[in-house]
Design a protein around this ligand. Structure first.
Ligand SMILES: [Zn+2]
Length: 291
C-alpha cells in the first residue's frame, strides 16, 4: 500500500476514535455543556413518563389534603389526622439536568422536595485508579436546584467507592460534602443507591453506617470489606432517607410504579385514596421523565 494512503487511513481511524471518545466519555475538568451533552446523549432516551404527567402529580399534591416536604423537614413532621404528610424525594442517579427542570416545575407549583446527588455518577466526578476529580462546573447546577427551594442530599454509593475504586469511603464522602459546601450547599441526609456492587454483593449502601447493619464485614469476589465502621453521624449526616419514619412508600423505580398494575394512572389512583393521618414517602427518579 502506498505509504501516503496508509497514513491517511491511519489519521481517519485516529480521528474517528477521538470523536467517539468525545461523544461517550468526559475528561477530568469538563464544562457544564460537555457534561450536559454527555448526560443527555446517554440518558434522555430512557424516559417513560412525561412532564405533563408530573404536572398532574404536582396538581394533586397541591390540594389542601396534602402537606409536601423535603425529607429533612418530613422526618420531624408529626402525623396529622386531617392531612396526608408527603416526603417528596428524588434520587438524581444519572440526570442532574432533568432534576433541575423538574425542581423548577415543583417551584412553579409552590412545592419543594429533596434531590440526592450521586457522587459516583459520570456527571459528578471522574474516577481513575487512585484519583478523583470532582467537576466544579456542575456546582451551579446543584446550587440552582437548592435555590428553587429544595434540599440537596447525597445519594450514598460508598460501596462502589470502596469496592470498585479502592478508596477510603469516609474520606471520599467527607470530601464530597466539603466540595458541595464550596458553593454553600447544605447537606443534611443521605439515601442509599442500589448500585451494581450492592446488588451483586447482597449489601445495601446504608449498611456502611453502623446504625443500620448488624454485620462488621462482607465478602465479594474473594475479598473481605468492612461494614458499619462509622455511624451515620460520623459520616456527617442527620438522617438516612429509607430510615425516616413513614407509613407508605411509593417509587417509580425502573420506570414502573410499585403499585398494582405499575402504571402512573394506578399510582395516582392509589395516592388519591390514601386516608389522612398517614406519612408517605414518594420517590421520583428524574431519568424516567421527559418534556
Ligand atoms: Zn439510585
Amino acid at each position: 500500500m502506498n505509504k501516503y494512503i496508509f497514513i491517511s487511513i491511519l489519521l481517519i481511524v485516529v480521528a474517528l476514535i477521538t470523536n467517539c471518545k468525545k461523544e461517550y466519555t468526559l475528561g477530568s475538568d469538563p464544562t457544564v455543556d460537555e457534561v450536559e451533552h454527555y448526560v443527555r446523549k446517554t440518558n434522555d432516551s430512557r424516559a417513560v413518563f412525561s412532564y405533563k404527567q408530573y404536572e398532574e402529580l404536582l396538581t394533586e399534591l397541591q390540594k389542601d389534603r396534602y402537606v409536601v416536604l423535603p425529607i429533612n423537614q418530613f422526618r420531624s413532621c408529626k402525623r396529622n389526622d386531617s392531612l396526608v404528610v408527603v416526603g417528596l424525594r428524588h434520587d438524581i442517579d444519572w440526570h442532574p439536568f432533568k432534576a433541575l427542570e423538574m425542581a423548577r416545575l415543583e417551584q412553579d407549583f409552590g412545592l419543594s422536595s429533596t434531590w440526592y446527588i450521586l457522587p459516583t455518577a459520570p456527571y459528578f466526578a471522574k474516577y481513575s485508579r487512585k484519583e478523583l476529580n470532582r467537576f466544579s462546573s456542575m456546582l451551579p447546577i446543584y446550587k440552582s436546584i437548592e435555590n428553587s427551594g429544595c434540599e440537596i442530599g447525597i445519594h450514598n454509593d460508598l460501596l462502589t467507592v470502596m469496592v470498585t475504586y479502592k478508596m477510603d469511603p469516609k474520606q471520599v464522602n467527607s470530601d464530597d460534602i466539603s466540595f458541595l459546601r464550596r458553593k454553600e450547599i447544605q447537606i443534611f441526609g443521605s439515601a442509599a443507591h442500589g448500585s451494581t456492587v450492592a446488588q451483586k454483593a447482597h449489601v445495601v449502601n446504608f449498611e456502611m453506617y453502623s446504625n443500620f447493619t448488624n454485620r462488621s464485614s462482607f465478602s465479594f469476589r474473594g475479598k473481605v470489606y468492612p461494614l458499619g465502621s462509622y455511624s451515620l453521624q460520623q459520616y456527617g449526616f442527620y438522617y438516612e432517607a429509607y430510615h425516616v419514619d413513614h407509613d407508605l412508600y411509593f417509587s417509580d423505580v425502573g420506570g414502573v410504579w410499585n403499585v398494582s398494575g405499575g402504571s402512573f394512572k394506578s399510582f395516582m389512583k392509589t395516592l388519591k385514596n390514601i386516608a389522612p393521618g398517614k406519612k408517605v414517602q414518594i420517590l421520583v427518579h428524574p431519568v424516567w421523565w421527559k418534556k
